[in-house]
Design a protein around this ligand. Structure first.
Ligand SMILES: [Zn+2]
Ligand SMILES: [Zn+2]
Length: 454
C-alpha cells in the first residue's frame, strides 16, 4: 500500500513499498507506482518532498529518483543494510535433504527447547511442506516436547499463506517469547512482513529469493538483538532459475572474494565492520588471525566441502566436443532408444514413458557430453530413471570420445543388471566399450556401430 499524505499543506510524504523495477510495471498496480511522480503536480510548487523506502538496491534507488524527478541536489539519508553481527555462509547442495540439514536435525535433537531459533525460508509452499514433513519424519518422537504429540508441543512449525490462523499464532507467539516451543520454522516470505523477532539465531534460505533486496531483508530478520547470528544459503542449481543477476552472482559467482562485499556492492556500499572469520565463509577460509591458516575459529558447517560430484566440480573437467562427435553420439543414442522401444512387446503409455529413455534425455546427453567422464555425473546431472541407462550413456560417450575408461562400481553393476528392463540383460565388454547393455539378439546391429569408432 502507498499511503500518500496530501492533507499537509506544505509537505508531501510518499512512502515506497514494493516499488519493483520497470519490467514489473506491466502489472497494473506496479504501473501506478511507476506513475507516482504525476502526483507531484497536485502539490504546490516548491513544497518540500520526503520520499521513504525500505531496503532498496542502487537500481531501485535510481528508478525512484527518476520517477519522482528528484533534484540532483537533494538530501539523501541512507542507513546501511549491513548487519555485521550476521555471519554469511553458502553451500551448493544436492537433492539429499539429510545431508543438507543433518546439522539442524542434530541441533534440534540435542538442544530440544533450547535449540537456537531458526527460520528456514523456502521458495514455495511445496518446499515448505516437504521440509516440514522430512523433519517431522526424521525426528519422530523427538519432534515433540512431551509425550503428548500435538501441534502445540512441536519443536518445528510451518508458516505460509495457507497456514491455519491458530498455527500462525502459535508460531508468532513462540518466535516473540523467549521460551516458545517452536524452535525451527519452515516458512515462505509470508513470514516477516512488519514483524521484529528479537532473537533469531539462524536464517536459512533453501533456495534464495529472486532478488537481492528480498534476500537482505530476510537475512536481516536474524540477530536483531545485536548478538551473533548466521545466515545460511543452501541452494541447488534449479533454485537459481528466474533469480536476478546479483543473486546468481552471490550464490554461484566464481570471482567473489567476500559474500558481504558482494551484497553491499548492490547497495552502493563498500565497507563493513565485519572482518575476517566473523564476516563470511569466504573471508573465514582466508583468515589467518592466529598467524596460520586455517584460523583459530572453525567454520561452523562443512556443507560447502561435503558435496559429491557436483556441477561445479564436474565443470573443472571438460573436453572439446566436435560437431562430428555429436553427430555420432546422437546416432548411437537414437539406435539405443530404438532398441529399447523394439524390445518392449507391449506398452500402455508412449514408448518414451515405457522405456524411460526420452528425447529430452537424449538432448541433455548431447548438451552435457563435454562433461561426461563417469556414471556418477550422468546420475547426478541428467534425467535418467534407470541405472542401466546411465551406464550405457557413459559407455557411449567413452566410445565416441575415447578419452576415458568406464569404471562401473559394483553397486551400479548389480543395480543395473538386476533391473527388470529391456536393457537390463546386458554384459559389458569394456574393451569394445560398445555393447550398451543390449541383448545378444542385437549384437548384429551393434557391430555395425563399430564402423563409427574414431
Ligand atoms: Zn566476507
Ligand atoms: Zn580467524
Amino acid at each position: 500500500m502507498v499511503p500518500i499524505n496530501l492533507q499537509l499543506q506544505h509537505i508531501g510524504f510518499i512512502f515506497f513499498r514494493g516499488f519493483g523495477n520497470s519490467k514489473e510495471k506491466v502489472i497494473a498496480f506496479r504501473e501506478c507506482f511507476g506513475r507516482l511522480g504525476e502526483l507531484r503536480s497536485l502539490i504546490p510548487c516548491c513544497t518540500p518532498l520526503l520520499a521513504l523506502t525500505a531496503t532498496a538496491a542502487q537500481k531501485t534507488k535510481d528508478e525512484i529518483t527518476k520517477t519522482l524527478s528528484l533534484r540532483p541536489d537533494r538530501l539523501e539519508i541512507i542507513v546501511s543494510p549491513d548487519r555485521p553481527n550476521i555471519y554469511l555462509y553458502k553451500a551448493k547442495v544436492n537433492a539429499d535433504l539429510l545431508k543438507s540439514f543433518n546439522w539442524l536435525l542434530t541441533m534440534l535433537k540435542s538442544k530440544v527447547v533450547s535449540c537456537p531459533k531458526t527460520l528456514v525460508y523456502c521458495k514455495s509452499i511445496k518446499d515448505c511442506g516437504n521440509l516440514f514433513t522430512f523433519f517431522r519424519d526424521h525426528l519422530g518422537k523427538c519432534a515433540y516436547t512431551s509425550d503428548e504429540q500435538v501441534a502445540k508441543n512441536m519443536l518445528i512449525g510451518m508458516y505460509h499463506h495457507n497456514t491455519l490462523e491458530k498455527h500462525k499464532k502459535r508460531i508468532i507467539n513462540s518466535l516473540y517469547s523467549s521460551e516458545g516451543t517452536c524452535r525451527v520454522t519452515f516458512c515462505t516470505n509470508a513470514l516477516g512482513m512488519g514483524i521484529n523477532f528479537p532473537n533469531i539465531r539462524y536464517i536459512v534460505h533453501y533456495g534464495p529469493p529472486r532478488n537481492i533486496e528480498d534476500f537482505i531483508q530476510e537475512v536481516g530478520r536474524g540477530g536483531r538483538d545485536g548478538k551473533p547470528a548466521v545466515a545460511i544459503l543452501l541452494f541447488r542449481g534449479i533454485h537459481l532459475r528466474k533469480c536476478d543477476k546479483a543473486i546468481k552472482q552471490y550464490a554461484d559467482g566464481k570471482e567473489i572474494k567476500c559474500l558481504r562485499t558482494c551484497i553491499l556492492a548492490e547497495f552502493g556500499e563498500a565497507k563493513s565492520n565485519a572482518v575476517g572469520h566473523d564476516c563470511c565463509l569466504l573471508c573465514h577460509e582466508k583468515c589467518n588471525c592466529n598467524g596460520s591458516n586455517p584460523c583459530s575459529k572453525q567454520v561452523p558447517f562443512d556443507l560447502h566441502n561435503d558435496q559429491p560430484q557436483s556441477n561445479e566440480q564436474a565443470l573443472l573437467k571438460k573436453r572439446k566436443v566436435m560437431p562430428h562427435d555429436i553427430e555420432l553420439l546422437e546416432e548411437l543414442l537414437n539406435d539405443y532408444q530404438q532398441k529399447l522401444v523394439n524390445s518392449c512387446s507391449t506398452y500402455f503409455l508412449s514408448p518414451e514413458c515405457t522405456t524411460g529413455f526420452s528425447n529430452t534425455l537424449k538432448k541433455s546427453v548431447l548438451s552435457k557430453a563435454k562433461y561426461i567422464f563417469d556414471i556418477e555425473y550422468v546420475l547426478d546431472n541428467l534425467h535418467v530413471f534407470n541405472v542401466q541407462h546411465a551406464i550405457d550413456i557413459t559407455c557411449m560417450c567413452a566410445d565416441v570420445f575415447d578419452d576415458f575408461e568406464v569404471h562401473i562400481d559394483e553397486k551400479y553393476y548389480k543395480m543395473g543388471t538386476t533391473d527388470q528392463t529391456a536393457a537390463g540383460s546386458g554384459n559389458y565388454d569394456l574393451d569394445y566399450g560398445g555393447n550398451y547393455g543390449c541383448s545378444e539378439d542385437n549384437m548384429e546391429s551393434e557391430s555395425d556401430e563399430s564402423e563409427y569408432e574414431p
